[in-house]
Structures are given as structure tokens and as C-alpha cells.
Design a protein around this ligand. Structure first.
Ligand code: ADP
Ligand code: MG
Length: 348
């Protein structure tokens, strides 16, 4: 069956800094899944599966996002991908993981936990309620400057090769997969030096550099994949589903961030892969008969996401925006990008 991927919009509150300098709110939620952008020369309304505005709690976002159903589908063997996109500082990491100062490894207060931790908890509940349980493992990769790196492997980051095979499609060679059985273990894996596992922390290793928009700006795309294998009785084939969380690097243009030198190379790579992703999404959005070749090979990001974008997976898109007048042009571009994504149909 055809299924339109749910596209959610989250509008974060104005930050203290934005309020202090007198930024205006130019995005208003109208209820009913629509938002209205009103500024001097712009006046537009956009529709989404759901809109979460500044007052929405992390719990409300989780409960209203359909994440529970996605966890269930992944448990039943589907490939599910959740990706957060938007300008740097728009709340992607907050939505996925909560308010992390990325330099310090401190878990967020329970009420502020993001979609990831809530999904893990949900998954582990499923695992416990099923007779033979589920075998769970995780991999954590980043794409930085068009290089795929393993965030779980010890030692200095080294680039892994992205290969293609007829049976597996695109896959990363030699990526580390770590088994886990508890919420603590997977959260530690994600956030801080693991207690039980002798491997370094994933998120701390993620490439960040400070620039004008966000002190902890993420300069890489991060992909956390949970592999869920049902321990079926030996007679039945076992199913394997995946739940993949993609925290995309910021989409801002080079001139807004004042990036130069190495940073502008990063920004160009980020923009190139987001452009490739947008291109694939808009081609996939065309009616089936009018579809041409989808250029997944244009970037590492689109290769890694090919399966979930291309129709055999279930995708949940979370667009994040700032309500501030100063972010207007990036906000509009995120809203247009998200509107295109809404027209993609997939056949899980
Ligand atoms: P991104 O990952 O898109 O670059 P972050 O998630 O790091 O952005 O968010 C930028 C800042 O805004 C952080 O200080 C974060 O804590 C804050 N923030 C983001 N979304 C919210 C929200 N819904 N409520 C409160 N603070 C938020
Ligand atoms: Mg981030």
C-alpha cells in the first residue's frame, strides 16, 4: 500500500538571546497542522501531518509523532527512519536527544528526554513483553566532509568504505555493531563513556565546531541505527527490522554563519549532501509514472538513506525551525523542503 510519510514540524521557542535582541516571532501555529509565516514581504501557510509549537513538551512530541507505531513496525521487521532537518540551532538535536551541551556528557532531565531515549524505552518494553525477546544492537555513524566514520570504534576516527551489493544494497564495510539489553547501555552508548562497554562515547566524538549561529553546531550528519531481530522459535525465519535516527547537519548558507577556510569546505559538503537529499526527495515526490532515475549515488547521505527513502521503508520527517524574524529565509527554505518531502510515497 502507498503511504505518505508523516512530516512533522516543530517550532522551537525564541531563545533568550533572540528575545534579548528583540527578534520578532514570524511563525504562528494555526492549529490543524498548519503554520502561518508572516513577515514584511512574505505571507504563506504550510500544512504538515502535525505541528508542535513552542509550548509542546518533549512528551507531547513523542506521543503525537507516531513514534510508538514506528517502533512497533521496526519490531515487526520494517526499516524505519526518522530524520530531523533544519537550520543549525533550530532544535534538531533537542528534539532527538534533549538539551545536550555536546561537550559535557550529562544525561538530560527525564522530562526533557528526546525522541530517541523515549523510543528506546518503548522498544525495551516491547522486548520484555515478547516471549523470546528481541536481540538488539546498534551502530552509530557520522558523515563528515563526505567521509563515513564510525562513532563507536575506539581510536582516531577513520573513514569507512560505503559499498553496494545486490542483496544488501548500500552498506558500510566494517562498521561496529554493539549489542545492548538495557536503556542505560544504549543511552550511555549514545551520550557518554559507557559503563559496561569498553568503548568511547558516540556523541562526544561527533564533529562539532563553534560558529556564529550555534556554539555547538553539528557539522556532520549523524546516523544511529538500532537493529532489532526477533528471537523466533527455530522453525520460523527470524525477522530483522531497523530503527534509524538521522540528525542532519545544519542547512544554513555559508554567508550567514561567517564560515571561512575549513569551515566553508564543511559547509559546502553539508549543503551538497542536503541538496542531493532534497533532489532525491523531489524526484521521489513525482507521480510514479513520471519518475526518472533517482540519483542516490550523488552523496554518501543519500546512499545510506536509499533504502528508507526509496520506498521499502517507513520514514518520519521532523522539520525544525526557529520562529525568529532573523531566521526567516532559512525557515522558508526548510518549510519548502518539508513540503516537497510530504509528497513522497513509499511502499513498506
Ligand atoms: P540543532 O541541533 O538544530 O543545531 P539544538 O537542538 O542544538 O539545535 O538547539 C539549539 C538551542 O535551542 C539549544 O540550546 C537547545 O537547548 C534550544 N532548544 C531547541 N529546541 C528547544 C525547545 N523545543 N525548547 C527549549 N529549548 C530548545
Ligand atoms: Mg544539532
Amino acid at each position: 500500500h502507498l503511504r505518505v510519510p508523516p512530516t512533522l514540524l516543530r517550532v522551537r521557542p525564541l531563545t533568550c538571546a533572540e528575545t534579548r535582541r528583540g527578534d520578532r516571532r514570524v511563525v504562528h501555529s494555526l492549529g490543524d497542522g498548519t503554520v502561518h509565516v508572516s513577515a514584511a514581504r512574505h505571507d504563506a501557510t504550510f500544512g504538515f501531518s502535525a505541528v508542535f509549537d513552542a509550548g509542546a513538551s518533549q512528551e507531547a512530541v513523542f506521543e503525537g509523532s507516531g513514534m510508538r507505531q514506528l517502533v512497533e513496525l521496526a519490531t515487526d521487521g520494517f526499516s524505519c527512519t526518522i530524520f530531523a532537518f533544519g537550520q543549525t540551532g533550530s532544535g534538531k538535536t533537542y528534539t532527538l536527544m534533549g538539551p545536550l551541551g555536546q561537550s559535557e556528557a550529562r544525561p538530560a532531565a527525564p522530562a526533557l528526554l528526546g525522541l530517541m531515549q523515549r523510543s528506546f524505552a518503548c522498544l525495551l518494553e516491547h522486548s520484555r513483553s515478547r516471549g523470546p525477546g528481541l536481540a538488539l544492537s546498534a551502530s552509530y555513524l557520522e558523515i563528515y566532509n563526505e567521509q563515513v566514520r564510525d562513532l563507536l570504534s575506539p581510536g582516531p576516527p577513520c573513514a569507512l568504505s560505503l559499498r553496494w551489493s545486490k542483496t544488501h544494497g548500500f552498506y558500510v564495510e566494517n562498521q561496529l555493531r554493539v549489542d545492548f539489553e538495557s536503556l542505560e547501555a544504549i543511552v550511555d552508548l549514545l551520550l557518554q563513556a559507557p559503563l559496561q562497554l569498553s568503548i568511547p562515547a558516540g556523541s562526544r566524538r561527533r564533529r562539532t565546531s563553534a560558529h556564529a549561529l550555534n556554539g555547538h553546531s553539528s557539522r556532520s550528519h549523524a546516523l544511529l541505527t538500532i537493529y532489532i531481530r526477533s528471537r523466533a522459535p527455530s522453525a520460523c525465519p527470524s525477522k530483522q527490522g531497523t530503527l534509524c535516527f538521522v540528525d542532519l547537519a545544519g542547512s544554513e548558507r555559508v554567508k550567514d554563519t561567517g564560515s571561512t577556510g575549513e569551515l566553508s569546505v564543511e559547509a559546502n559538503n553539508i549543503n551538497r549532501s542536503l541538496l542531493a537529499l532534497g533532489h532525491c526527495i523531489s524526484l521521489l515526490a513525482k507521480p510514479q509514472g513520471k519518475r526518472t532515475h533517482i540519483p542516490y549515488r550523488d552523496s554518501k547521505l543519500t546512499r545510506l538513506l536509499a533504502r528508507s527513502l526509496g520506498g521499502s521503508g517507513v520514514t518520519l520527517m521532523v522539520a525544525c525551525i526557529s520562529p525568529s524574524s532573523r531566521c526567516l529565509s532559512e525557515t522558508l527554505s526548510t518549510l519548502h523542503y518539508a513540503s516537497r518531502a510530504r509528497r513522497v510515497t513509499t511502499r513498506p
